[in-house]
Design a protein around this ligand. Structure first.
Ligand code: PLP
Length: 352
């Protein structure tokens, strides 16, 4: 694509007064919210949000609700990334993999961000934090899988990104590199042949992208996904379940099926985290489970992500498909069928 993505990013709207004018919001409260949680919307997503109404605009536009009591009562870091952080910007919670923040900027500031406490205000990535993170990974042979995030790693300049990937690929025990990015859906102009070629030098490299609503799938974002998929990068989506935005089965069914057509495999549907400033996006657990049951009956397993919750107090990610499964305590598993019938399923006898 011919448009220069850096130009688009430079034109991002970050002034609350401009946002209030663009979306017809109350000036005073938009200013107040933005002071605590900075606003950023690039022109591509701004136009998309204006054209598509609340499902997109609520994802990026400040809401006075962010400062309400139910929000101020929430922890800033419920999944406790900092507590599991041996060096700045790296979280090592699961034995064989790490989350490594290598960028401190994003194409838009999502109002439901898990790292709302620090994105746009205090998340700092420097050459030193990157060196430290890489040295940490090098010193831990159990780390097979490095998940790059931020901020958005694809907002790094090509040479910076190449340098980081080169050094991680140079560590012999690292098998898989993953990039978490919302770029394909929020700044698709960033994805071009050059970027795809750059990334494909580091296979096996996976991209977890992030789409929340069918309206994010445009001609531009479709091209971005095609370019990446054509260069052999397996794509998946980490969708966040958001109250009033996508918390109904037909919206998500459409989204998952559309993603699959773009060669993006739905990977996780995340329960929105109990993060200060994002609490009003959170849905009851039951609602995610129900939605997934409905979608499951209507489409192929190919289109189904796993519904997962990252438990508060740092208790970790849990996939919630266990509602279908109970243990009867005698080595038999009771499986509940789609029709609601409970069926005994004998596990194979242990070997040896
Ligand atoms: C989610 C997460 C991962 C990756 O988890 P997968 O289930 O392997 O995708 C790794 N580290 C941290 C800290 C995470 O939160």
């Amino acid at each position: 694509m011919a448009t220069n993505w850096k130009f688009i990013i430079d034109e991002s709207v970050t002034d609350p007064d401009d946002i209030a004018r663009a979306f017809g919001l109350d000036l005073e409260s938009t200013r107040r919210v933005s002071k605590t949680y900075p606003v950023k919307i690039n022109p591509y997503f701004l136009k998309l949000a204006k054209d598509n109404g609340e499902a997109l605009s609520r994802q990026v536009v400040p809401d006075i609700e962010e400062l309400s009591p139910r929000n101020t009562a929430c922890p800033k870091d419920p999944i406790m990334e900092e507590a599991y952080s041996p060096v700045t910007n790296l979280t090592h919670r699961y034995h064989d993999r790490v989350l490594f923040l290598v960028s401190d900027t994003c194409p838009v500031h999502c109002r439901f961000c898990t790292r709302k406490r620090k994105v746009g205000k205090g998340l700092t990535v420097t050459d030193e934090t990157i060196d430290e993170g890489i040295e940490y990974i090098r010193g831990k042979p159990e780390i097979r899988d490095v998940l790059l995030s931020g901020g958005d790693p694809l907002l790094l300049e090509d040479d910076k990104l190449t340098d980081i990937l080169d050094r991680i690929r140079g560590i012999s025990h690292v098998e898989v590199i993953r990039i978490g990015t919302r770029v394909p859906g929020t700044l698709p102009q960033r994805v071009n042949e050059e970027l795809a070629r750059l990334l494909s030098r580091f296979h096996p490299l996976y991209i977890h992208t992030h789409f929340n609503h069918p309206a994010e799938i445009t001609a531009e974002s479709s091209i971005a996904c095609r370019i990446l998929a054509d260069s052999g990068i397996p794509l998946s989506s980490q969708t966040v379940l958001l109250s009033g935005i996508n918390d109904d089965a037909s919206t998500l069914e459409t989204l998952f099926r559309s993603l699959l057509s773009l060669r993006v495999r739905p990977y996780y549907l995340f329960q929105s985290d109990m993060v200060r400033g994002s609490e009003h996006f959170r849905t009851p657990l039951e609602s995610g489970i129900k939605i997934m049951e409905t979608v499951r009956g209507r489409t192929s397993e190919m289109a189904l992500p796993r519904f997962a919750v990252d438990l508060p107090e740092g208790k970790g990610k849990v996939v919630l498909d266990s509602g279908h499964i109970e243990d009867d305590g005698r080595g038999k598993v009771i499986v509940t069928t789609l029709e609601g019938e409970k069926v005994k399923y004998p596990d194979p006898a242990p070997s040896g």
